[in-house]
Design a protein around this ligand. Sequence first.
Ligand code: FRU
Length: 487
Amino acid sequence: MATSDPQVLRHQAAVAKAEAAVQLAVRNLPPRDPYRPSFHFTAPAQWMNDPNGFAYHQGVYHLFYQHHPYSTEWGPMHWGHAVSADLVQWEHLPIALAPSEPYDIGGIYSGSAVSLGDTLYLFYTGIQEDGRQVQCIAASTDGITFHKHKHNPAVLPPDLTVMDFRDPKVWNHNGTWYMVVGSTSNGSGHVLLYRSSDIVQWEFVGKLAESDGTLGTMWECPDVFPCGPQDVLMLSPMEMEDRSHRNIFITGNLDYHQGTFASSRWQDVDSGCDFYAAQTTEDDEGRRILIAWMDHWHAKRPSQEYGWAGAMTLPREVKTAPDGTIRTTPLPALAALRVKHYTLGKIILNAGDPNPLAEFRGDAIEIRMTVKKAESSASTLGLIVRQSADGAQGTAIRYDLRENNLEIDRSKSGFSPGPNPTCQIKGDDDTLVLHLFIDRSSVEIFLNEGRQAMTLRIHPDEESLGVELFSSGGTLVIDQLDLWLLR
Ligand code: FRU
């Protein structure tokens, strides 16, 4: 429908210009690219960071993302957009949001979406002309074209001296709308809570939670959701202890009347290096599904030479385990990616034995194995993926059975290796279930049915396709090993 509303026309023009820039970048993509994932979501071209507006709306999943259509570097943010029926195959849609108004001309930062009848509402942070961060609303009834709300900016910071005030996440609880926004004061991260009866006018409730001084200087991308008998506050704290940016779950109970969150404990969402800004949504089956940016702010990005930067993790289901900890597991629908299955059954491997996985080659592989810790005398299980024929290149996943920890050694992973993340395995199970997904430039590992996870990027040569399993310091007993080649 034609419109003469100047705001709508300005936004349409900004979207069209940005979309044309992306299409041009797509036409200029090189024919060969060693790094582009085959089954993880990436933008058609150019820069991408956080997942935004992840929502189940009228039978399909919508995923938006922080996007810079004009470059492979971060720049004035837009929202890219894609839809999927199963969270495995994605269809790109035109850019949904572009800076066009005084309240968002500096960029459209992260936020969330809500499905309400036939309308899909988007909540985002606008960067105003003066650099101040404000919360804004846009809506669509066709799921493709989004109009910015007349009420924008809908939420201003309670303290106008605070510049960090961003990433609204909106949800409904017992008929009332709630919004959390990430912010900071005196060098400690916190989350502010807002309430609304009509989704447009927002009332400030108060500070929902804050860092005790150890949980980061600024809380980005907050998310709140019920999970079994408890509530979860998920955050991306900046500058937390050793690693600069991290993603954590804080579990506890949200008192909607008091506007307080009584927390009992926290855990990492993922212990790898390339996992940030996770966001969840609930689908029509009541599943809580999480997706994150499979990258981080300080990474080197060799894919920029190939016209793109940034990828999403696999979608994961989030659940509370009987012991109150949160588990994240890859979605069962990902089984649709499997094209060939090999079962190796029980493997008894001694130090120096030939590689039982020597016949397999690939850059899109899923492996699942159950290690019998109690029956093994080995000190280390080693799994090398993306290995070159001469063994000079490869990403080594080493499980130390005595220390019960896992290290991913990227020193020979190809271009710009990055640090080697380690993870102390929780619990004292007799077995370790290792479930891995390799996708060209990424490794995602789920430990003990999602009790812990590790995600990271690697940049090996295209021809490095080998897989090696070895034992050192004794005998390794693996109950069952399954390997799938993925499409
Ligand atoms: C998190 C983040 C958000 C912000 C966005 C900007 O990675 O810093 O806080 O909205 O990225 O692109």
